[in-house]
Design a binder for this molecule. Structure first.
Ligand code: GTP
Ligand code: MG
Length: 191
């Protein structure tokens, strides 16, 4: 199901996991990699492809949600901001939302828009983990440098750091770890 209205999402009767990040960070690719479904979420060479709240039901058991990317300059100002519009409504109001996977490009230094977004998640007590994407594009040393810089930045305001995953949709790296996190978290779901 795809829509732009948090109130019209599927009945919140199963645990749900949302994926979000800057436009072009690799959300749709990661979703396809996790589900072993090359055409499930649309992958684009032009950023800003995902513009709706897209629900996928997985194994009749849980919902996976592909959210529009933020920070893409060529779309309207509202959509450029990370914490705005129907995405914000969805994140605040979705009662079965177990966790938000915040995707970060492993090749770039900490960006204000990502840090602002996770600050908002914290303020609204929405659980999240960080997922560093596209690790096949560089050495593991460089990926570690990005992760360390992000941790340092977060520790300026956070007491505790969230779980952190490193992934590559090309190499299917990080798949087992994320699926096992979801499986564990599913057990905590109460209707
Ligand atoms: P929008 O929905 O347009 O905001 O983008 P998105 O975050 O869903 O990104 P998408 O999955 O469409 O990927 C954007 C581009 O990055 C595509 O050209 C992908 O092929 C590429 N890409 C995504 N993940 C990886 C990865 O792990 N490794 C490499 N090498 N390329 C990747
Ligand atoms: Mg996408």
């Amino acid at each position: 199901m795809s829509n732009t209205d948090a109130k019209q999402c599927p009945k919140p009767d199963r645990p749900e996991y949302a994926f979000i990040g800057r436009s072009n960070v690799g959300k749709s690719s990661l979703i396809n990699m996790l589900t072993n479904h090359s055409g499930l979420a649309k992958i684009s060479s032009t950023p800003g492809k995902t513009r709706l709240i897209n629900h996928f039901i997985i194994n009749e058991q849980w919902y996976l949600v592909d959210l529009p990317g933020y920070g893409y300059a060529k779309i309207s100002k509202d959509k450029r901001e990370a914490w705005s519009g129907f995405t914000k409504e969805y994140l605040i109001s979705r009662e079965n939302l177990m966790n938000v996977f915040v995707l970060i490009d492993s090749r770039i230094e900490p960006q204000k828009i990502d840090l602002d977004f996770i600050t908002q998640l914290g303020r609204n007590q929405i659980p999240f983990v960080l997922v560093f994407t596209k690790i096949d594009k560089q050495s593991s040393r460089k990926t570690q440098t990005t992760i360390d810089a992000f941790k340092l930045e977060m520790l300026k305001t956070w007491e505790e750091l969230p779980p952190i995953y490193s992934t590559s949709s090309e190499l299917k790296a990080g798949r087992d770890e994320i699926l096992s996190f979801i499986e564990q978290t599913n057990k905590l779901f109460k209707q």
